[in-house]
Write a protein of this length. Structure first.
Length: 334
């Protein structure tokens, strides 16, 4: 009996880790439509007082309320049951190093907003015993932990292509923003400000958190230019390395690329990007991480891709600031 349970758990983990790209592209489409950028609103004719169409109005579709998971006692909870109050939804696992790093920040912000915002720390692919023992050992048992153990409904639907991932959902059930990768207390407060405007916190100098964080490493549900540091970029690369929708883009010259580049990088010089992007990156939902030598061309390229409609683009600057592995052209094995 134990061996069957072990095999089932291993299968779940393999599904999360190896099947992330499939879940995002196929099953996630049930919620995301053509991609995250279409979720906030779409245009539809608005009826005038005489019943005839007049101006267009924004039409939004809430997340499917039948999506479900379980609480620590094993009872089923649906998203429908959580409507009426803003929700912060986090996907995590005990084996995820970046999940562990962000737990203290989640505990801090949860204790601050627990009366006005719901938090669901959704454990993926592990037993209740493993998760609860881990939380107790680290002093995080106050966190509201739940389990995605109903055939991974939530991970599949949200396209949780890497852990951790955090989603910000308003009180009516609409997805407002999400952050792939590790978050911080400051960025959690910024995301909460999007779903609970009255609670938007202030920084030490009195500025709002959203003003303070100019380029947070989370995506609103429309194409935006986003700058991240090399550590966050390495985290995203490690989590998405098996994804068919993952691209590491070098926008320097051929000579610079051959001299030194990051393993797995695709070379498209910035002056060729406008002509080649659609052909090289046909899916605008693809994760694209961009770098150059010092950061100037990577910003130019990332902004260009955003203008073209790509909604998962990250500029992590120059290879001069990259502290991890690099290879030369002869060693790349491209």
């Amino acid at each position: 009996m134990k061996s069957k349970k072990t095999i089932a758990l291993i299968a779940l983990l393999i599904l999360v880790i190896s099947g992330a790209a499939f879940l995002y592209q196929r099953l996630g489409a049930g919620i995301r439509g053509e991609g995250p950028s279409v979720i906030p609103a779409s245009s539809a004719p608005a009826e005038g007082q005489d019943g005839e169409s007049s101006e267009t109005e924004e039409v939004r579709t809430p997340l499917p309320g039948t999506l479900s998971f379980t609480d620590p006692d094993g009872s089923t909870i649906t998203l429908d049951e959580l409507r009426g109050k803003p929700l912060v939804l986090n996907f995590w696992a005990t084996w995820c190093g970046y999940c562990r790093k962000e737990m203290p920040d989640f505990l801090e912000v949860y204790q601050e907003y627990r009366e006005s915002v719901q938090f669901v720390m959704l454990n993926v692919g592990e037993t209740r015993e493993a998760a609860s023992d881990f939380l107790a050992k680290n002093g995080w048992e106050d966190l509201p932990v739940y389990y995605d153990d109903l055939n991974l409904q939530m991970a599949r639907a949200f396209g949780a292509s890497g852990l951790p991932m955090t989603f910000f959902i308003d009180s009516e059930g609409y997805l407002a923003a999400y952050e792939p990768g590790m978050t911080t207390a400051e960025r959690l407060r910024t995301g909460i400000g999007m779903i609970l405007p009255a609670a938007e916190p202030k920084t030490a100098d009195g500025a709002s958190a959203s003003q303070e964080v100019v380029n947070p490493s989370w995506c609103t549900m429309k194409p935006v230019y986003t700058k991240i540091d090399p550590e966050n970029a390495k985290n995203l690369i490690d989590e998405a390395v098996e994804s068919e929708s993952f691209f590491l883009l070098d926008v320097r010259t051929e000579a610079e690329y051959q001299e030194k580049h990051i393993p797995g990088a695709v070379l498209i010089p910035v002056d060729e990007l406008s002509e080649r992007a659609e052909r090289e990156f046909p899916d605008q939902r693809s994760l694209i991480l961009v770098y150059c030598r010092s950061g100037r061309r990577s910003e130019q390229a990332a902004r260009m891709l955003v203008e073209m409609g790509y909604n998962h683009v990250y500029d992590f600057g120059g290879i001069n600031d990259w502290p991890y592995e690099t290879v030369s052209g002869s060693e790349a094995g491209d």
